[in-house]
Design a protein around this ligand. Structure first.
Ligand SMILES: CSC[C@H]1O[C@H](OP(=O)(O)O)[C@H](O)[C@@H]1O
Length: 395
């Protein structure tokens, strides 16, 4: 059965509560933009692409239900203003991932287009919004499958493939079906390698403090029967030193929350240290992200706002009681794992400089740095297919 973080039909949206995973699969109804804002803020739904899609669809459901109750304005301009205000509110839920702001910009543009004619009805503007939001859900899965294909091809072509013709990979945080509309980005590359028969073993970090790796990525890898091993974040560098047939890491592949114009990448905290270890050990370091994660308006990592989260996410840990024999799923406890009174620094993301990144895998191809040592990401948005040699930066 396919893992679904997002369940949507016209007028109805449910999200898989990721704070209850991996021990319970509970879906929460999202009926309004306010429901979505809180679900995103609390990280019941998370992942750069997923938060954009959940926000967009939550407003679609809100609009549909307002119309069903006969409360939608008949005037297109009034519906347009309502939509714009709701999108601006939704964007405030989490600042670092650009996908949400990018989606809001595109949805506003679709609504502006629909409302150009003063005589347009509220119903027409509502329909234009809902169609644009629903398209994001469909496009994301297609983009992720393409990312998986391009990434798997690049890894096999550009890394030291084992004698078995297979590679072992390391990934960080969760970038799978639980972070997107389906299939995943970095985890999508691992899924593609696995389905091609090119994956020897997958390693995932636990990704403290929110444990998206141990709670979510391990859940997805077990669900898909992909041979995998969980390691703590502090074990990653030591893992890169191992040269055994299964442990020899061919490449690290991670997701992204925002890729700046020069390729500097904001991603889950701990990504930067993995990139440093990869450089030291001569292991390829790859970022996998759809173009909706690329922010050409932010020139470098210096311009990326890093979300800071509550200290209790570091000092407290939550899970079902285990009596030494089995889990008591009805008895979820939160326990402190730090000294009372200690200060806490809890940035949710860090920035990996472009110089530590070997390739950026997108749905239209893999971008590598050119002879000038830089990424030319504008090429991703040009009409020229990526398979043609570019003037700046080999692609
Ligand atoms: C395809 S998910 C991209 C990115 O989003 C995650 O952040 P969070 O779990 O805080 O929403 C993580 O940084 C992933 O790499």
């Amino acid at each position: 059965m396919v893992l679904q973080a997002i369940k949507y039909t016209r007028g109805s949206l449910q999200i898989l509560d990721q704070l209850k995973l991996p021990h319970a699969e509970v879906y929460d109804d999202i009926r309004t933009s306010t429901d979505a804002w809180h679900a995103i803020k609390e990280m019941r739904t998370r992942g750069a692409p997923a938060i954009a899609i959940v926000a967009a669809l939550a407003l679609a459901v809100e609009l549909e239900n307002i119309a069903t109750k006969g409360e939608l304005s008949q005037f297109g301009e009034e519906v347009k203003v309502f939509i714009e205000e709701k999108l601006e509110y939704l964007v405030t839920s989490r600042p670092t991932a650009v996908n949400l702001a990018d989606a809001a910009r595109k949805l506003k543009k679709a609504v502006e287009e629909a409302a150009k004619d003063d005589s347009v009805s509220g119903e027409a503007v509502k329909e234009a919004y809902i169609k644009a939001a629903e398209k994001m859900l469909v496009d994301d899965v297609q983009d992720n499958e393409a990312i998986g294909k391009h990434g798997a091809e690049w890894v096999v072509k550009n890394t030291e493939v084992g004698k078995s013709g297979q590679v072992s990979m390391l990934t960080h945080c969760n970038t799978g079906s639980l972070a997107t509309a389906g299939y995943g980005t970095a985890l999508g590359v691992i899924r593609s390698l696995h389905s091609n028969g090119s994956l020897k073993h997958a390693f995932c970090t636990e990704t403290r403090p929110y444990n998206q790796g141990s709670r979510l990525t391990a859940f997805e890898l077990v669900h898909d029967n992909i041979p995998a091993t969980l390691v703590t974040d502090s074990m990653a560098a030591a893992l890169l030193r191992l040269k055994g047939p299964s442990e020899r890491i061919a490449a690290i592949v991670v997701g992204a929350d925002r890729v700046a114009a020069n390729g500097d990448t904001a991603n889950k905290i701990g990504t930067y240290s993995l990139a440093i270890a990869a450089k030291h050990h001569g292991v390829k370091f790859l970022v996998a992200a759809p173009r909706t994660t690329i922010d050409l308006d932010t020139q470098s990592g210096e311009g990326i706002v890093i979300e800071e989260r509550p200290g209790k996410e570091v000092t407290m840990i939550k899970g079902p009681r285990h009596d030494g024999a089995s889990l008591d799923l009805q008895n979820v406890e939160t326990v402190s794992i730090a000294a009372n009174g200690i200060g806490v620094w809890n940035p949710a993301f860090d920035v990996t400089p472009a110089e530590l990144i070997d390739g950026i895998i997108t749905e239209v191809g893999v971008v590598e740095k050119g002879s000038d040592g830089g990424f030319n990401l504008q090429r991703l948005f040009d009409d020229t297919p990526l398979d043609k040699p570019s003037t700046i930066g080999g692609i």
